[in-house]
Ligand binder design. Structure first.
Ligand SMILES: NC(=O)c1ccc[n+]([C@@H]2O[C@H](COP(=O)([O-])OP(=O)(O)OC[C@H]3O[C@@H](n4cnc5c(N)ncnc54)[C@H](OP(=O)(O)O)[C@@H]3O)[C@@H](O)[C@H]2O)c1
Length: 227
């Protein structure tokens, strides 16, 4: 079974549709505010920041869950110089990107451990190590995933459960839509490969991590040479 958070938009939506087209596995997409218009029966509306909701969802599907791959695509960002930032908006990024990831991992891990199988793939970001101004909350939330996976990896590696991050650069899909054209051009100009990340490269990296047992606790740079 594949569980994809953030499946209503951007990269998560692309991965959801790709696996739906190419795999017979059961797929559950998780969304919050963007109501999916197709395959609605395969979606669950959940706020990842609310552990109780996540636990109820996992408990209600526990019997059907086999060989789980969790792809954590849900994420938000908040742009503001730190000295002018709204503390509540700043914290909400940590709540979603870090604690939201923890919540669903926490809820699924007991099933993975019981079944002695699990694959967890998180989306971190190049900005954790090469930030642009105004994204301290986002950079903090994404760099925290580094420590999170290192710990979870050693706790679960002997049970054939892997957890890894994809440190994504700038993708053709998703959040880039919020970036004004001029800034977008200046971003692309700095990428050694000269292009935004094609969706297929993200899919290939996810597939690689799903099918590999010996990579765990790793963060894979997928950034066209930016770092
Ligand atoms: N796009 C890039 O260039 C890029 C680069 C580096 C890293 N990343 C990371 O890759 C992941 C996907 O990025 P993206 O650009 O595809 O993002 P996106 O288009 O902005 O989509 C974000 C997704 O997260 C979901 N979400 C947000 N808060 C949630 C919550 N509390 N509970 C449940 N779902 C929630 C949204 O659901 P609703 O719309 O239904 O609320 C949406 O499906 C993110 O973690 C992002 O940080 C992206």
């Amino acid at each position: 079974m594949i569980v994809i958070t953030g499946a209503s938009r951007g990269i998560g939506k692309f991965l959801f549709n790709s696996f739906l087209d190419s795999s017979n596995e059961k797929i559950i997409g998780i969304y919050l505010n963007t109501q999916p218009t197709e395959n609605i029966e395969k979606f669950m509306k959940l706020d990842l920041t609310d552990y109780e909701q996540i636990k109820l969802f996992v408990d209600s599907y526990a019997e059907e869950m086999r060989e789980i791959t969790l792809i954590n695509c849900a994420g938000i960002t908040y742009n503001s110089f730190t000295h002018k930032s709204d503390p509540w908006k700043w914290k909400s990024v940590i709540e979603t990107n870090l604690i939201g990831s923890y919540n669903i991992i926490r809820a699924l891990l007991p099933i993975m451990r019981e079944q002695k199988f699990g694959r967890i793939i998180n989306f971190s970001s190049v900005v954790a190590i090469k930030p642009t101004p105004g994204i301290s909350s986002y950079a903090a939330s994404k760099s925290a995933l580094f420590g999170l996976i290192k710990s979870i990896a050693i706790e679960n590696a002997s049970l054939n459960i892997t957890i890894n991050n994809i440190n994504l650069g700038y993708s053709e899909l998703g959040m880039i839509d919020m970036v004004p054209d001029e800034f977008r051009k200046s971003i692309v100009a700095q990428i050694p490969s000269g292009i935004l990340c094609p969706p297929e490269d993200i899919l290939n990296t996810v597939k690689y991590l799903r099918t590999t047992r010996y990579i765990t606790g790793s963060s894979i740079d997928l950034n066209g040479g930016l770092t």
